[in-house]
Write a protein that binds this ligand. Structure first.
Ligand SMILES: C[S@@+](CC[C@H](N)C(=O)[O-])C[C@H]1O[C@@H](n2cnc3c(N)ncnc32)[C@H](O)[C@@H]1O
Length: 363
């Protein structure tokens, strides 16, 4: 007997409908040779697609969540069915009045579970795009609708994305952006209480120096002044809801063809990443999963992954606030690539993470 719809994944919510980790950084962290085998957290699926740009033999994508797996499966069908422009419309990077039709066109090429899952979300996809229907994107939508207008006018927000040199960015930031309302609202929005309501464990903040609000303000300053915000798709999406001309790695026109050609190299597995498939793997894209675990659990899961690592394999992951690294039990067998981390952090446009970790199994 087939499972009824409500016994399947259909009512589980999407948390991340697009990647909030910068795949330019991810690709920069791995070896560049073709033919590698990767184990990746699935999340929304964008960075699984991005890994195809390294011309791997296989990318095994794993996730605990059926909803997140449905996000990847929709992308895999979409790249097979849609031209690039239509892909951007469907996922919400471009305005569109035909998203429902595009969705239905793609769903014909999907398995029944994926089809049922996305059919239930058709109204939201039509309104916001399939890359904007997660809880995380909804949280940003609330921020844009109710908090941001208390801080800045629409014109000031749009102005952030004008091309400027560094000196002009410093002036814009200090004179237009960094006002008392910005400080007050970020302190309130990122307080322990509000973040607790939004589902973050208050223990996360134990590791942040100063307040979480101050941490966020520093990160925004880095992305708005030291980097060029006009080139930042994540900041643009958070502040305006759309990434317009600048796009994340897997959504760019120049990467689309290679992704279409290689999409069959992805294997999708539901379940914990450390049990997804037998090694050896040359690279591990672990998102920020360790932050959601205790230090002891991190050590255990890391060791299980390490047992599946080929000599020279790289482990890449982010920490938003809680510090996590390879366990000390592996100290002699794994090296942290601090110079590469430092270089990549300079270009990391997903500005909200406190740390990027790149570790390599000693050959
Ligand atoms: C850790 S979350 C973070 C998302 C992220 N920061 C982003 O930008 O999209 C990414 C995904 O990891 C999945 N996940 C967490 N722990 C996992 C595990 N041990 N095995 C497999 N998937 C896991 C979650 O279901 C979620 O879809």
């Amino acid at each position: 007997m087939t499972a009824s719809i409500d016994q399947r994944a259909s009512f589980e919510a999407v948390r991340y409908a697009q990647a909030w980790e910068d795949a330019d950084v991810l690709l920069g962290a791995f070896h560049k040779r073709p033919g590698q085998r990767f184990l990746s957290i699935c999340a929304a699926g964008d960075n699984v697609l991005a890994l195809l740009l390294l011309d791997p033999r296989e990318v095994v994508a794993a996730d605990l969540s059926d909803a997140q797996i449905a996000c990847l499966r929709l992308r895999m069908a979409a790249v097979r069915v849609l031209p690039h422009d239509a892909f951007l419309e469907l996922f919400g990077a471009r305005p569109s009045s035909r998203r429902a039709a595009l969705l239905n066109e793609v769903l014909v090429a999907c398995d029944p579970d994926t089809r049922a899952f996305w059919q239930a979300l058709e109204p939201q996809v039509a309104e916001f795009g399939a890359g904007n229907v997660g809880k995380f994107e909804n949280y940003f939508r609330l921020f844009r609708r109710y908090v941001l207008p208390l801080i800045h006018t629409r014109a000031t927000v749009e102005n952030v994305f004008e091309k400027r040199d560094r000196a002009a960015r410093v002036r814009f930031f200090e004179e237009r952006w960094n006002n008392r309302r910005w400080n007050l609202c970020t302190s309130l929005f990122f307080s322990r209480t509000v973040m607790g309501w939004l589902g973050r464990d208050p223990a996360f903040f134990d590791h942040v120096e100063g307040s979480a609000g101050a941490h966020v303000r520093n990160k925004v300053r880095f992305a708005a002044v030291d980097q060029d915000p006009s080139e930042n798709p994540y900041m643009r999406t958070v502040l305006t809801g759309r990434s317009a001309a600048v796009l994340p790695t897997a959504w760019r026109e120049e990467t689309y063809r290679a992704i279409v050609d290689r999409v069959d190299r992805i294997s999708v597995v539901k379940g914990p990443v450390q049990r997804a498939a037998d090694g050896p793997f040359d690279g591990f894209n672990l998102s920020d999963i360790f932050e959601y675990m205790s230090v002891d659990e991190t050590a255990q899961i890391y060791a299980e992954l390490f047992a599946q690592a080929a000599p020279g394999a790289r482990f890449v992951y982010w920490n938003m606030m809680a510090p996590r690294t390879a366990p000390s039990s592996l100290a002699g067998s794994i090296a942290r690539l601090s110079d590469l981390e430092a270089e990549l952090k300079q270009i990391d446009k997903a500005f909200f993470y406190a740390d990027l970790i790149v570790e390599e199994k000693t050959p």
